[in-house]
Design a protein around this ligand. Structure first.
Ligand code: NAG
Ligand code: NAG
Ligand code: NAG
Ligand code: NAG
Ligand code: NAG
Ligand code: NAG
Ligand code: NAG
Length: 297
């Protein structure tokens, strides 16, 4: 119903308001802050309560009344026990979601962080070409999830190409493994462009406690070491493969150190003990998803 590429459009906010009739009785402020977005032909399995309701709007109202409800499934082929209240949203890493012809998900889309890019390890496409030029990416409801059940492409929102127009306030870079966030960095987005936000000077907060220290870094950029195919690269020191150390790299299989070698590409490596590490050590782990989120002022 709402094409993904219009997710942020003010025009469509008006359309969302149609769904907001379900907040009758609540304050106007609450109504404005809660917006449900429809995801057609999906069903979430993290259900904690099932009730009957005559319409989508009623089911939506049930969700708003229930603390802990962040999304609903509405079964469209039955009027009995057809409203599921769910504890997770399609956008959460740990959601269990599947395609389902007779069901739709409505989820609260009021999180301040909006996903604009998601890359999955083993996805085949070059990480840098995907991020900068959109190669191998899609902006669709099927692809917008961190672990989408029905999409083999990366997710990329066109908003990346208009970055400067959006007054991006902060950017969150997050790495996941097995549906759990394993590392993140929050950047100051003010005055940035779609690549320059990823820099040491802009780091505001990170799961890596030593990232804001004084050490000189060789790389801190999305392009990274282009010739060696290491992107989203936060790197301190080259000293020959076993001595190379840093925080993270998304590698495309062009080079030869052990940390560059993965069963399929790209591969994502990250320092897993909250501090930088030599890549060729137990201090490094593998991530399977990379996400970029933006927050507007
Ligand atoms: C899933 O993730 C969300 C958001 O990170 C968290 O609040 C929730 O507790 C998690 N649920 C489960 C079942 O792990
Ligand atoms: C959807 O509902 C129709 C009509 O009730 C039913 O025939 C069909 O099998 C259902 N589809 C799925 C995938 O359950
Ligand atoms: C409605 O669809 C669900 C799956 O989406 C299916 O399990 C159920 O049997 C269908 N109900 C009817 C009455 O067709
Ligand atoms: C992924 O997480 C699930 C649930 O927490 C766990 O059962 C499973 O063993 C984990 N798989 C891997 C490969 O770590
Ligand atoms: C973010 O960057 C802008 C522009 O350089 C600066 O004015 C602002 O103080 C920075 N914010 C923080 C929290 O560092
Ligand atoms: C370090 O590199 C060597 C040689 O490539 C490899 O055999 C070894 O498994 C690596 N160790 C770790 C902990 O990554
Ligand atoms: C890092 O953490 C892993 C997993 O907890 C542990 O096995 C390893 O010894 C640690 N490595 C370093 C270098 O601290």
């Amino acid at each position: 119903m709402f094409a993904q590429k219009f997710r942020f459009s003010p025009v469509h906010i008006t359309m969302y308001l149609l769904i907001l009739i379900c907040v009758v009785g609540d304050t106007k402020e609450e109504a404005q802050s809660v917006i449900f977005t429809k995801l057609q032909a999906y069903r979430i399995n993290n259900i904690y309560k099932t009730v009957s309701s005559l319409t989508e709007v009623q089911c939506c109202a049930q969700c708003l009344e229930d603390d802990g409800c962040v999304s609903i499934n509405v079964r469209t082929n039955s009027s009995n026990q057809n409203c599921n209240l769910n504890s997770v949203s399609p956008l959460d890493a740990n959601v269990s979601i599947e395609k389902s012809a007779n069901s739709s998900v409505f989820y609260k889309d009021n999180a301040p962080w909006k996903l604009v890019f998601r890359l999955t390890s083993g996805g085949g496409t070059d990480p840098y070409q995907a991020y900068v030029n959109g190669v191998g990416t899609a902006n669709s409801d099927d692809c917008m999830m961190l672990y989408p059940p029905m999409c083999t492409r990366y997710y990329r929102h066109e908003r990346l190409d208009d970055w400067k127009q959006w007054n991006v306030y902060q950017v969150r870079f997050a790495l996941y493994y097995n549906r759990t966030e394993v590392a993140y960095v929050i950047f100051n987005g003010t005055g940035s462009d779609k690549e320059s936000w990823f820099s040491k000077e802009r780091v505001l907060e990170s799961s890596w406690t030593d990232l804001m220290g004084t050490s000189q870094l060789i790389y801190f950029s999305i392009k990274g070491d282009y010739n060696l195919g290491r992107h989203f690269f936060i790197h301190e020191y080259y000293g020959g493969c076993p001595a190379d150390r840093g925080w993270t790299a998304t590698v495309s299989g062009k080079s030869y150190c052990s940390f560059d070698i993965h069963p399929s590409y790209p591969g994502i490596v990250y320092a897993r003990n909250q501090t930088k590490s030599t890549y060729n050590s137990t201090g490094f782990g593998i991530a399977d998803v990379l996400g970029v989120y933006i927050k507007l002022k």
